[in-house]
Design a protein around this ligand. Sequence first.
Ligand code: ARG
Length: 469
Amino acid sequence: MSDKKSSNQSWGGRFSEPTDAFVARFTASVNFDQRLYKQDIEGSQAHAAMLTQVGILNEQEHQQIKTGLDEILNDIETGIFQWSVELEDVHMNIEAALTAKIGVTGKKLHTGRSRNDQVATDIRLWLRSEITTIQRELHRLQEGLLFIAEREASTIMPGFTHLQTAQPVTFGHHLLAWYEMLARDQGRLADCKKRLNQSPLGSAALAGTTYPIDRAYTAKLLGFEGPTANSLDSVSDRDFAIEFCAFASLLMTHLSRASEELVLWASAQFDFIDLPDRFCTGSSIMPQKKNPDVPELVRGKTGRTHGHLISLLTLMKSQPLAYNKDNQEDKEPLFDCVDTVRDCLRAFADMVPAITAKKDNMYQAAQRGFSTATDLADYLVGKDVAFRDAHEIVGSAVAYGIKTGKDLSEMSIDELQKFGGMITADVFDVLTLEGSVAARNHIGGTAPKQVTFAVARARQQLANQVTTF
Ligand code: ARG
């Protein structure tokens, strides 16, 4: 990239000295906004078609512009396009290249628009297409979760509160909890996409333009729902990018929670799951190590999206109407946020269906920690004991269990009857882990039957969802 010259052709007229070479570099965005080249050309093509439609350009001029822009697209994609810092940004680089190719007609393309509505259009087009990719990756992860949730519908593991054994749950049920978080994220993303899908093109610098433009026409050509309602708002607000980063932060928060559990479960202490070797790495010094790098890295990358959300909120805060150069700083956080979320989803969607459950270990862990204590209390309530009294009785039985090293299900009926005379042999039905989970048999409960129903319902939602991307 050359930056020897420091004057800028696009506004040279008003200036009596060239831009300082450092200032030119400092204010330039082309090093990162060239990523928008495709959308910039797409927007220009639509703008030129509209200018022709309303009689500002003639057919011949339109043809020249169209062919010139097609060639530039090709030059960029084949790597022969020369980006230059003194042309500041993607918009002016492409416009200058067009004029170099087709002469004076190239200079007519900017009639009735400004870089302010141009960039607002480009980012929306770009983000809209990235969102589609992310929707698909998220969908793939949702499918993967349903796949293992169904497979593990009756696999028993300890459920935790405060990371202390609480009650037995099914592994499928636990995975469906992750699924629900992601289903809400998918909904938030769809909302964000819908709201950003309005065309700012034609807002020009801030107030609109004196030319008889047809904003509905360009909106339609670019696949937007329609033109935005207010030109000042359209060129200035980046709330759609903030909304995306808010979605991303919540999604990454959810993935970080799942990651944390995967890391715990893969440890020798829990030993609940096996992550395939291809998602792990070894240690250069400790030969025995197999580290769960993918979930750890996803957990760590959450910091990026949270940071980008705060960056963009701070960028936008207190900005007076309308466009300010501050907004040039919207791109790098947004780009990295998109890349981070897309890659993390891809890694997760690849990894999740390949997780294997170490069912025996999960089962044994659920047997420790008196996880069926609540079931015993519920059983006593069934025998007409008030719940608070039942709680007291079970508490004493647990204390005895701790002292003698016995789980509730390992105590004899005589032992149990010492705590509550009303206990009879049918108690053992509720003290088993299977009985405990099967008894929570209502919508949203952990019973294997309910997990299977929930998977079927979720599959139905997923089938409808895919048609909306
Ligand atoms: N590179 C600029 C940006 O990303 C484009 C818009 C510049 N407009 C202006 N009036 N300086 O925001």
